[in-house]
Ligand binder design. Sequence first.
Ligand SMILES: *Cc1c(COP(=O)(O)O)cnc(C)c1O
Length: 387
Amino acid sequence: MNLDEWAVRLRRELETEHRWRTLRPLAGSGRVVRSGSRELLCFSSNDYLGLASDPELTQAFAAGVDGSVGATASRLLCGTTPAHLEVEAALAAFVGREAALLFSSGYAANVGALPVLAQRGDLIVSDALNHASLIDGCRLSRAEVHVIPHGDLDAAHRILELERPRHRHAWLVCEGIYSMEGDASDLAGWRSIANRHDAWLYVDEAHSLGLLGPRGRGLCAAEGVHADLLIGTLGKSFGMAGAFAAGSRPVIEVLMNRARSFVFSTAPPPGFARALVRALQLVEEADDRRSRVLDHARELATGLRELDLAVGPVDGAIVPVLLGDAGAALVASSRLEEAGFLAQAVRPPTVPNGTSRLRLVPTAAHTDGDIQSLLEACGRSLVGLSE
Ligand SMILES: *Cc1c(COP(=O)(O)O)cnc(C)c1O
């Protein structure tokens, strides 16, 4: 078969299901983005604290280059600079752990760490709404994976009761705030089940780190819950890119030796690592930004519920509006765009079939007026759209 024919056929299939995606260039980042000649208020980024376009951080980034643009090799060859070690130490201290290891993305962190920590003969209990990188990490691990309905700790308990004795080690894998659902995990509940069944707890704080907890230290810190391994990403609240795993020194040193996405990948640029140090300082100092974005999210959720739109529990900055059908979500998104807002539809496979949604994300860069005008546009554009 001709390869292009195969690709075109697949494309048609996806188009029929409203699942075909395209890239479009947007200029500027932050509160306002430009699409061609149009300006749109952006409610689709993960730049919760508005740091991506913060003048101090953009300056630190520009000033970070010192002699070499690239790291020139993987970390274990000759790609480690003092800046890499400095940011790792600072991130570890930030989350109150002995050590941290920098990865080039959250995706790389999860597909790298999970297969090292869980292996054939081990058991993983994983939340149904875990991020694709967690799912892929679980698959690569060769452990026996049991997926529980979202947040169903009773189901986790039952599986462990049944399966734990047959397995050498067990991991529970969850997120802090769920990326498409916007709700928080009951981390204390996860911890207590882990303790009861001699299991370890893996928490991905992509959407809670920098946003929740004292000085932005995340949901584990806010709840006083110990994660055996904590993942934080640096492309969301931190406004940059990359991620880290944090834990005890022995565990992090094993990851440094064995995580394939770390070992076999070029180190993040040294200037980038330098700017990350500054990003972390800005995150720690961002109490006012944190309260602003959380206020915005609460206000948006309340206003949308008053419009009788389906909005679940909102525990962070992510406000999903459930629309059901992928086509309806696309219509909602394009109507809002006509009204001057960028609000992307989230469709399968990112979310389960029949749960397509708009994922609205206010940031600290938005004004109260921005939230009000988005609510008004939702009132005009979305009511009556869901099934
Ligand atoms: C965004 C996200 C990731 C991936 O992080 P990147 O740095 O964007 O690769 C991992 N886990 C969760 C829960 C996420 O939301």
